[in-house]
Design a protein around this ligand. Structure first.
Ligand code: FAD
Ligand code: NAP
Length: 339
């Protein structure tokens, strides 16, 4: 089952030159169980790899890397307006969104064109344009490495937060997500809270937007400001949006009237990390083989022959300058592996 010294250069969206000591693609639960038995026997560290679009992989990955290649999209229940759809962890997220559009099932259109696989989507509760996975989540099936059994986890048990869940935080490494179930509607309700999306969709004509209009708008806007990983290596937003108390927000707003921030449901303010980085002068900056994308300062890129060390140096310089200018400590979004 194991492929030795497996090349992962085209399996991480930064395109770093990476090798895994042992790699296996897993399509069946019994193969997963034998892989985990080997891992335990050899005392290997384990990385579960999806599309590699939220990871910064170092040059050599000791132990095991497994990729969950469980495929398939099934409608489990279809009441009048509501359907439950189960999708394998190995399905590509964007293809899944396209498939839902064809089936006339709605709720996730704003999450079109997010790279990666379905199995990783609950890990950081992926979100974009005011919608997050949790909004349409029903439940998931995962292999629990602690109890060595398949378990079903509900919305509450996943404890989704802003780009967060138990899989990313409290229980990192415990669960291997096998499939995910979504609650979707046959009635389309556009979610146009984000100005860029509303301007794009409503600017065209006065007719109410269809699901296809919103899907296409999201794809067009994203394509115009985000680098395509197969052309320019990146992992999307490199830093999380910092969330600050009201007092700090208004102090900053006094000093920087153009500060971009949004009040959240808890009364805290989410600042646009990209704006902070841009104002600190980093947009388009080049550091050896890596750099800051010139259309979106929140995205750090591999210019071709970049390395993880160079990326770390650049991110530390950005961290220091944003801290000095705004008093804000940025947190990195993608996971570095090995840590
Ligand atoms: P990977 O990077 O392979 O893995 C991410 C994490 O999930 C790792 O910790 C991994 O171990 C774990 N994991 C993977 N599969 C499983 C599994 N089956 N079971 C348990 N754990 C697993 N994110 C957003 O939220 N919103 C966006 O709009 C967005 N836009 C992006 C745009 C670009 C251009 C890029 C490059 C990235 C963007 N991202 C965005 C980040 C990323 O695409 C998402 O987080 C995505 O869900 C990662 O999926 P993946 O399959 O590539 O996961
Ligand atoms: P944008 O629309 O220019 O907005 C800038 C920031 O302001 C975003 O971070 C967004 O927060 C916030 N924002 C804008 N309008 C808002 C509103 N009405 N209510 C609350 N917050 C609002 O952002 P962008 O860079 O072009 O990205 C578009 C969307 O794609 C965003 O949702 C972003 O999160 C997502 N995206 C994520 C990644 C990633 O890797 N995580 C990469 C690319 C794009 P939020 O980020 O919380 O939405």
């Amino acid at each position: 089952m194991w492929e030795k010294e497996f090349n992962l250069t085209d399996r991480n969206s930064f395109g770093f030159n990476v090798k895994a000591e042992n790699y296996a693609a897993i399509t069946q639960i019994d193969t997963l169980e034998s892989a985990l038995a080997d891992i335990a026997e050899n005392n290997w560290p384990l990385l579960v790899l999806g599309g590699g679009s939220n990871l910064v992989l170092r040059q050599y990955i000791p132990g095991a890397v497994i990729s969950i290649a469980n495929m398939g999209i099934k409608v489990l229940a279809d009441d009048e307006d509501l359907a439950i759809v189960e999708v394998g962890a190995g399905e590509n997220w964007h293809h899944f969104i396209g498939h839902l559009l064809e089936m006339g099932l709605h709720g996730l259109e704003n999450l079109a064109l997010i790279p990666g696989n379905v199995g990783a989507a609950p890990v950081q509760n992926i979100g974009a344009y005011g919608v997050e996975l949790a909004d349409c989540f029903h439940s998931l099936t995962a292999y629990d490495r602690q109890t060595q059994s398949l378990v079903q986890l509900s919305l509450d048990e996943c404890d989704f937060g802003y780009r967060d869940s138990i899989f990313k935080s409290a229980e990192q490494g415990r669960y291997i997500i096998w499939n995910v179930r979504f609650k979707l509607s046959s009635v389309f309700v556009p979610r146009l809270g984000y100005k860029a999306l509303a301007d794009y969709v409503l600017g065209k004509d006065n007719a109410p937007p269809t699901a296809h209009d919103v899907y296409k708008a999201v794809c067009d806007i994203r394509s115009s400001k985000l680098p395509v990983p197969t052309e320019i290596g990146n992992a999307g937003s490199f830093f999380e949006n910092p969330v600050v108390a009201e007092k700090q927000y208004f102090e900053l707003k006094d000093k920087y009237p153009n500060l971009v921030g949004h009040k959240d449901s808890a009364g805290l303010y989410k600042l646009a990390a990209g704006w902070l980085i841009d104002q600190a002068g980093w947009k388009g900056y080049v550091h050896a083989g890596v750099g800051v994308y010139d259309k979106q300062a929140l995205v750090l890129v591999n210019r071709g022959k970049g390395t993880v060390d160079e990326l770390t140096e650049l991110s530390e310089m950005i961290f220091d300058s944003v801290k000095q200018k705004f008093g804000i400590s940025l947190c990195i979004e993608p996971r570095f592996y090995p840590a």
